[in-house]
Design a protein around this ligand. Structure first.
Ligand SMILES: [Mg+2]
Length: 168
């Protein structure tokens, strides 16, 4: 659905998104946001549960790809290296280009791809722009920046609409 800010389901965390259920839907590629989706801001190491989720994705023939807007030099690269996955930093979400380049690199079509992220106006909107199914997760931690609470409040109607139509 182009230009829609509505996600397909809202999940408590990435590990609540079942790799097997994604595989049953024909998904081959998961694009994942970094900050507040896989780890809190400033955390540099992948937690064990994220590493286990990546392994379970791969066991279901699904690739995980880090699609981050982080402007911190080396942050996305270093996180992706530790997790053993490909990445794109400065990805320009919600513009389509980053999503399209990631799918081209990974040899996946939009209908075979989901985006997992915590922000409606970057992750979700961009995914819909690119024809990719957007899955929303609750932000790991809002504390630390007042702007995050304001953004979360503005996102709430879209979050509620998304809860009604989960993809998996
Ligand atoms: Mg984020």
């Amino acid at each position: 659905m182009p230009l829609s800010p509505i996600p397909r389901g809202v999940y408590p965390s990435v590990t609540h998104i079942s790799p097997r259920a994604l595989a049953e839907k024909g998904i081959k590629l998961v694009l994942a946001d970094l900050d507040n989706t896989l780890v809190p801001y400033k955390v540099t190491r992948p937690p064990a549960e994220v590493a286990a989720w990546k392994e379970e994705l791969e066991a279901n023939n699904i690739a995980l790809f880090l699609l981050s807007n982080s402007r911190k030099p080396g942050r996305a690269r270093e996180f992706a290296r530790q997790l053993g996955i490909p990445y794109q930093g400065h990805s320009g979400k919600p513009k389509r280009a980053g999503y399209l380049q990631a799918m081209e690199r990974m040899g996946a079509k939009p209908r075979e791809t989901v985006m997992v992220g915590d922000q409606i106006f970057t992750d979700t909107l961009g995914a819909n722009n690119a024809g990719v199914t957007p899955l929303l997760v609750e932000p790991i931690r809002l504390a630390g920046n007042p702007g995050r609470y304001i953004r979360y409040a503005v996102e709430t109607p879209f979050r509620l609409l998304g809860k009604r139509r989960p993809f998996v």
